[in-house]
Design a protein around this ligand. Structure first.
Ligand code: CS2
Length: 474
């Protein structure tokens, strides 16, 4: 890449930048955003045997906003990944994205999912977008699921979908089910579905959402999905906050190119996977991914230690006037709460090889990186779903061990205190959250807690403890 400090930045696409030829799209992604670009695309690019002749390209579909897909399309899928360390930046052009498509382009999604050459579908749509019920059960009563089920059932004629009649399904699962039905119709064999969302048992979540809907539309389609599609469990990690606008200037200055949509991420990354890939996959382990037989301990380590303390800081930190993770972890009071939460969680992370002390130390460095502005308000979104995976299990494990679980309870108390008086909330279940939040007195606590876990509302000690912690936090 040439460097230019004085002239206008140059146009940025495959004709102006020296990158390898675009490989075929053999990977499909739903949820094209900053995280996907910092994670799965980085791993794919770095897994190639011969970087000059890459074999694995991604076709990625945005979850909601079409703007990013259009901007990336205008750059032939290229973008700059800025690895922002505590002292300096590294710039790299990622070229493994060969198609960037808006969410509405379902016909292209279905064509790709039906193609034998497509081996893997990865997903990042956020925790709440699986629309599952208690215990990750398929829940046809949730309104977007019910709407898709109705539309899909009506368009399913003689064992296949009438694609012209389906429209654009509302849910990720709805879109995937139609694509898989096309794959079955074209007899293109199995493929792997890899949820890269921060859910415990994300393989089960993806399976239940997708296979559950397929079976509800048509039992034989459900059986085909069961027999042919593998659902892979993953623990994914790379702190990638929404980028600040100033990064466009940084990239233009440092690289000489006018990239409209660069991504800023931290230098750290990790990807742990467990499962089968019936149609093959990139050698992601070449880029450092780990394939394990039992993912659960890794998943818990990440969801509890990283995401759990993130959520604790998101609410408690904002209540104490902080805006970013680096601010919150620099506050001795928040830091002590995080340490206490980690101590509690660590009691239940005893599998050999997890190196919890090393993981905690690395987390402190990552959280303290002053050059990554990770806004607590962004992490605070969707608390009613996130806390179920990040704080509730630690609290329940502590209760089962006969201890109060104060630090995990504090994360929940901080959410309840943070919501106090709010009439707007950024949460996929905002209606339920606001309804509960309007209740007065002790019933408000019970209603909000009930959204996280019904069982905990019957634990009097937990309820009393939460009341005390909320008072302290206010
Ligand atoms: C964060 C995660 O916003 C959030 O909920 O906790 O996005 C976190 O930064 C990533 O999981 C890090 O890998």
């Amino acid at each position: 890449m040439t460097t230019s400090n004085t002239t206008e930045p140059r146009p940025f696409d495959r004709s102006t930048v020296d990158v390898a030829p675009a490989p075929r799209p053999r990977l499909v992604h739903i949820g094209l955003g900053a995280f996907h670009r910092a994670h799965q695309l980085w791993y794919t690019q770095h897994s190639e045997d011969d970087a000059a002749h890459p074999q694995w390209g991604y076709a990625s579909f945005s979850g909601r906003s079409a703007d990013l897909a259009h901007a990336l399309e205008s750059q032939d899928g290229l973008y700059t990944l800025v690895e922002r360390g505590p002292d300096s930046d590294e710039y790299e052009v990622i070229s493994a994205l060969v198609e960037a498509r808006p969410a509405e382009n379902v016909s292209r999604l279905w064509e790709l999912l039906a193609a034998r050459s497509t081996a893997v579908l990865t997903i990042t749509v956020t925790e709440a977008a699986y629309n599952l019920g208690e215990g990750l059960a398929f829940d046809p009563a949730q309104s977007p699921v019910a709407a898709d089920l109705e539309a899909l059932t009506a368009a399913f004629v003689d064992g296949a979908f009438d694609l012209a009649a389906v429209g654009v399904p509302a849910t990720m699962a709805g879109k995937v089910v139609v694509g898989l039905a096309e794959r079955r119709r074209q007899d293109a064999g199995g493929l792997a579905v890899v949820s890269c969302d921060n859910l415990s048992a994300n393989d089960v979540a993806a399976h239940n959402a997708v296979q559950g809907l397929a079976a509800a539309v048509d039992p034989s389609l459900g059986a085909w999905v069961e027999d042919n599609v593998s659902f892979v469990a993953t623990s994914i990690d790379r702190i990638t906050p929404r980028s600040e606008d100033s990064v466009l200037e940084d990239v233009a200055r440092e690289t000489g190119y006018a990239d409209r949509v660069p991504v800023v991420t931290e230098p750290f990354r990790s990807w742990v996977l467990q499962g089968e890939f019936p149609a093959g996959r990139p050698d992601w382990e070449k880029a450092g991914a780990e394939f394990v037989d039992d993912i659960e301990p890794f998943e818990r380590r990440k969801l509890w230690l990283l995401n759990g303390s993130h959520s604790l800081m998101a609410y408690a930190g904002q209540l104490r006037g902080h805006a970013t993770v680096a601010d919150a972890i620099g506050d001795p009071v928040c830091r002590a709460w995080v340490d206490e939460f980690w101590d509690e969680a660590s009691q239940h992370l005893t599998t050999p090889g997890l190196d919890v002390p090393g993981y905690r130390e690395a987390l402190l460095d990552r959280f303290s990186n002053p050059r990554i502005a990770h806004h607590l308000a962004q992490i605070a979104m969707d608390g009613s779903t996130k806390l179920q995976m990040r704080a509730v299990p630690v609290l329940k494990a502590e209760r089962a061990a006969g201890r109060p679980g104060t630090a995990a309870a504090r994360a929940i108390a901080a959410w309840i205190a943070y919501l106090d008086g709010r009439t707007e909330v950024s949460d996929a279940r905002s209606e339920l959250v606001l309804q509960a939040n309007q209740i007065t007195g002790q019933d408000r606590l019970l209603a909000l807690l009930g959204l996280l876990d019904a069982e905990l509302t019957h634990d009097r000690d937990v309820v009393a403890q939460l009341g005390g912690l909320i008072d302290e936090l206010r």
